[in-house]
Design a protein around this ligand. Structure first.
Ligand SMILES: Cc1cc2nc3c(=O)[nH]c(=O)nc-3n(C[C@H](O)[C@H](O)[C@H](O)COP(=O)(O)O)c2cc1C
Length: 192
């Protein structure tokens, strides 16, 4: 299953429309896709304590069971909107090791790199695997064909990566130790 978190609170949101389109394409590719629309949740602001999210267990489990999570966000002030940031502050731990993709809508082309800090923070904090192609839809794109091509490329690349990463392989230091025998504790970097 792929879980899409739609963070725009705007009635006529373009990122929500794009999220629905991607969900539709995923379904065509025989993937279950659900959209968590943040307009339907009254999420508290993160206050640093875990108790504020206790009543959102179903939302958390929609993240836990997903083989990939996509954020659909509007760009505000050269960043993802604060709903997206707050969502990660509340539920980021559920993104541990997950493949994460991004759909961003913006007014212009110049904010194209704006989501990178958000994505990098997921990589560093939760070891999320960031899909290298994200879908950026600004208001300057005029061609329907171009929009469709971007939607389709994003969906296929994301699903490819999520499917590959959610395979069964699992390596750990314990497995490594069983293969190479006694681990040499000397510092190989300083030793030379
Ligand atoms: C408060 C605010 C800040 C914005 N800041 C930016 C910005 O920095 N860069 C940009 O390209 N567009 C900016 N926009 C335009 C929105 O990204 C654009 O309207 C987008 O379509 C909103 O997504 P939505 O339709 O899903 O709500 C801003 C809009 C608002 C309301």
């Amino acid at each position: 299953m792929i879980t899409i978190v739609s963070t725009s609170l705007r009635e006529e949101s373009r990122s929500r429309t794009a999220a629905r389109e991607v969900a539709h394409l995923l379904t065509r590719l025989d993937q279950e896709a659900i959209i968590l629309d943040m307009r339907e949740y009254e999420l508290p602001f993160c206050n640093g304590g875990g108790e504020s999210t206790r009543s959102f267990a179903p939302l958390r489990s929609s993240l836990a069971v997903a083989k990939g999570v996509i954020f659909a966000v509007p760009i505000y002030n050269y960043d993802v909107n604060s709903v997206a940031k707050n969502f990660v502050e509340l539920f980021g731990d559920a993104l541990q090791g997950k493949v994460v993709g991004l759909i961003a809508t913006a007014g212009g082309r110049r904010s194209h790199m704006a989501p990178l800090f958000f994505l990098n923070s997921l990589m560093l904090d939760f070891r999320s695997v960031i899909a290298p192609r994200y879908l950026y839809l600004d208001e300057e794109i005029e061609s329907e064909d171009e929009t469709r091509e971007r939607l389709e490329n994003f969906t296929c690349d994301f699903l490819d990566l999520a499917t590959a990463v959610s395979g069964n392989s699992s390596y750990s230091r314990e497995i490594l130790a069983s293969k190479v025998g006694e681990v040499n504790r000397s510092n190989p970097i300083l030793a030379g």
